[in-house]
Design a protein around this ligand. Structure first.
Ligand code: CA
Ligand code: CA
Length: 226
């Protein structure tokens, strides 16, 4: 097909739109980054929707949430990318666990491994698969080009409505991996997304918020005293 100028213009506009969204990756891809992923549920959500987006892992892994196992990569019992599931959650802090059952290692979103390294990064602020691929260092189409995944993602985003979407991307190997396969810290071996979960405020943010409220209180008192 010969692309006409208007079609090219649309493609460029869509591309720019994706890149311009305020996607953030946290923490940055720094091996050994001693930051835990503190996540929290948006209040009032009766259930959390989850989607399996991508696997670049020959190992068998199981992702679990607070209600137990959610997704399995590789046989037996494997889920295909594009699979959507929901699970109930009462609220408050929430953590996810990735068990690499091939290597026997288990990683958590909120706990560092025995070497002091974190194994998950989160991406927020975008619903563009192209942007997610870009910020996670994947080739364009790596996620969206898988059979059925682009459609599943559209359905997932539509069902989420105004609920925020968070992407959790894992590094599934560790230093001195027992299977002898080295870690590369690319944080794209297994990728999932969830609707209705947000990063919990960090202690520094809470302290700032507290100081701000304190300041408001002082200001109000000064006005009353004046
Ligand atoms: Ca990796
Ligand atoms: Ca990888």
């Amino acid at each position: 097909m010969r692309l006409t100028a208007p079609v090219l213009g649309l493609a460029v506009a869509v591309g720019v739109g994706g890149a311009a969204s305020a996607a953030t990756v946290f923490p940055p891809f720094t091996p050994g980054m001693p930051v835990n992923q503190v996540l929290s549920l948006v209040g009032g959500s009766p259930a959390i929707e989850a989607i399996f987006l991508y696997s670049d892992a020959a190992d068998r892994s199981i992702l679990s949430g607070p209600a137990g196992a959610l997704f399995t990569n590789n046989n037996p019992g494997a889920d295909a990318p594009g699979t959507i599931k929901s699970f109930a959650f009462a609220g408050g802090p929430i953590a996810f666990k990735l068990e690499n059952t091939t290597s026997g290692e288990t990683y958590y979103t909120d706990v560092l491994d025995a070497d002091g390294n974190g194994h998950a990064v989160r991406v927020t602020g975008t619903t563009s698969l192209a942007t997610i691929e870009s910020v996670l260092g994947l080739t364009p189409g790596a996620i969206s080009g898988q059979p059925g995944v682009a459609t599943a993602w559209s359905n997932f985003v539509a069902a989420a409505g105004s609920a925020p979407i968070i992407v959790i991307a894992w590094e599934d190997r560790k230093l001195n991996d027992p299977t002898g396969q080295g870690v590369d810290w690319d944080y794209n071996d297994l990728i999932f997304a969830f609707a209705g979960i947000v990063p919990a405020p960090e202690p520094a943010s809470l302290a700032l918020l507290g100081a701000g409220l304190l300041g408001l209180g002082f200001a109000a008192r000064r006005r009353r005293d004046a």
